[in-house]
Design a protein around this ligand. Structure first.
Ligand SMILES: NC(=O)c1ccc[n+]([C@@H]2O[C@H](COP(=O)([O-])OP(=O)(O)OC[C@H]3O[C@@H](n4cnc5c(N)ncnc54)[C@H](O)[C@@H]3O)[C@@H](O)[C@H]2O)c1
Length: 330
């Protein structure tokens, strides 16, 4: 049988490169990426084709002979989204609109979009897919706009929108600007678990391997329905303090400190029951403890690089005039 042909935007990134590593044998994957954070060498031979391009410049030719689009190429967290709101609007929102408008003229059968649980912003009760949204940052606002545009404007192909919890887990293009990854890393490098806030905010978390397995599940099952799904597990709504304690227990590092309640108002608990109903038979592989073990195993041979913290790399590229002030390569 012919392999499904996938266009994976943002394919060089933290989650994209994990998807390629897992499924390069199963699918024919074209990775389109502007290459802000590098592309792991070992993945080059595993990608059917790479297109180094800004999503803002995507053209209909990039969708030729593509069956499924998985869209991940955005500024991917709150601090990056705040650098300059107009760039977030340009890349995340206008880039996504352009992609959808082109998909409407193409022959694709499915579009999978990476949204985020950060659209819930702050809540005290568990949020489900029908709860009122409360996006507190430019990043979260861009996700809300994109969800609406995709749901209202997409034509003739299946749409799957994943509101992912905060990801964790080791990747070939690793990120240290994610809470679990960062705390485990600082624990073993500095023998200290230092939480900058008071640890009270709640963050649901999900392992990148499980995100990729959910994407695969959605690729392999067909339904005409437009699906919008919280992606995570009901047992994985943690406070930052819970996460720090779990790391302390596993590493035996009891040098644990907390700061003050800071200005960051984001704290959300999420109900993931709809995922269980929508993906019958799907079983998560990773809980927090298993994910911490996996990080510890990989960190012994891992050297932090500037791009491991995405915002530092973007600032570096702008300061050295490699990127201009619209995040275009000079
Ligand atoms: N990592 C998480 O915790 C998490 C949680 C929820 C949602 N998401 C979403 O999942 C997607 C992937 O996240 P990630 O963690 O892999 O992020 P990442 O930053 O590692 O990867 C994003 C990739 O997109 C590329 N990119 C950025 N701007 C681009 C542009 N203008 N044109 C082309 N490529 C561009 C980058 O070069 C990078 O390789 C993002 O949309 C993110 O918002 C991530």
């Amino acid at each position: 049988m012919n392999k499904k042909r996938i266009l994976l935007t943002g394919g060089f990134g933290y989650i994209g490169s994990t998807f390629i590593e897992r499924y390069f044998n199963k699918y024919s994957i074209t990775a389109l990426d502007v290459n802000f954070f590098g592309y792991p060498k070992k993945l080059k031979s595993k990608t059917t084709k790479t297109i180094i391009k800004d999503i803002r410049d995507i053209s209909i030719a990039d969708l030729k002979d593509i069956d499924i689009v998985i869209h991940m190429s955005e500024l991917s967290n709150d601090p990056m989204g705040e650098i300059e709101p107009s760039i977030t609007e340009d890349i995340n929102v206008e880039g996504t609109k352009k992609l959808i408008d082109l998909c409407n003229k193409s022959n694709i059968s499915k579009f999978i979009y990476m949204s985020s649980c950060s659209v819930y912003g702050f809540n005290e009760d568990f949020a489900n897919e029908n709860s009122k949204l409360n996006p507190l940052t430019e990043y979260a606002k861009s996700k809300v706009k994109n969800e609406e545009y995709i749901l209202n404007s997409s034509k003739d192909y299946e749409v799957k929108i994943l509101r992912n919890a905060t990801a964790f887990g080791f990747s070939n293009n690793h990120r240290l600007d994610l809470v679990v990854n960062d705390l485990v890393h600082s624990a073993i490098k500095n023998n200290e678990i230092k939480v900058l806030s008071d640890g009270s905010p709640i963050r649901p978390i999900v392992h990148i391997v499980d995100i990729c397995r959910i994407i695969r599940y959605l690729i392999e099952t067909d339904s005409s329905k437009k699906l919008l799904l919280n992606v995570g597990h009901n047992l994985m709504n943690y406070s930052i303090k819970d996460i720090a304690m779990a790391i302390s227990n596993i590493t035996n590092i009891d040098n644990l400190s907390f700061g003050k309640l800071d200005g960051d108002k984001r704290s959300y608990k999420v109900d993931f029951s709809y995922l269980e109903k929508s993906l019958p038979g799907f079983v998560f592989k990773y809980d927090l403890e298993k994910g911490i073990d996996e990080l510890l195993r990989n960190y012994s041979a891992f050297d932090e690089q500037i791009q491991s913290r995405r915002i530092e790399q973007l600032n570096h590229l702008v300061e050295n005039q490699i990127l201009n002030n619209e995040f275009r390569f000079v």
